[in-house]
Design a protein around this ligand. Structure first.
Ligand SMILES: [Zn+2]
Ligand SMILES: [Zn+2]
Length: 106
């Protein structure tokens, strides 16, 4: 197993996930309310660039009788502003994605 080395070259874009991503995000990201949304801020678990992921909580604002069953989780994508080689036009981030479980009080 290799140790964690400083990244000397930009990571290529890759749509990948890893069980460790969500764990790292849960441990290191800060969470704050932002109007109807929740902002998760921290460093991407793959590329280490700072990112902010808004999660719009419209599900929480609906009447209970109309609310679909909220799965309780959201899939987040890395949205860093840094360059990652081979990234398709129009996309942001390094391609990493992970799922977070919402524990936000409505
Ligand atoms: Zn990045
Ligand atoms: Zn990233």
């Amino acid at each position: 197993m290799r140790g964690r080395e400083p990244v000397a070259e930009p990571l290529p874009y890759a749509e990948v996930t890893d069980d460790g991503y969500a764990t790292r995000v849960a441990e290191t990201f800060s969470v704050r309310r932002y109007g109807p949304a929740v902002l998760l801020s921290g460093d991407c678990p793959r590329c280490q660039h700072p990112i902010t992921c808004p999660i719009v909580g419209e599900v929480y604002r609906r009447e209970a009788s109309q609310a679909p069953v909220d799965p309780g989780y959201r899939t987040l994508l890395c949205s860093c502003a840094a360059d990652h080689p081979t990234r398709p036009d129009g996309l942001a981030g390094c391609g990493a994605y992970w799922t977070v479980t919402l524990e936000v009080e409505s």
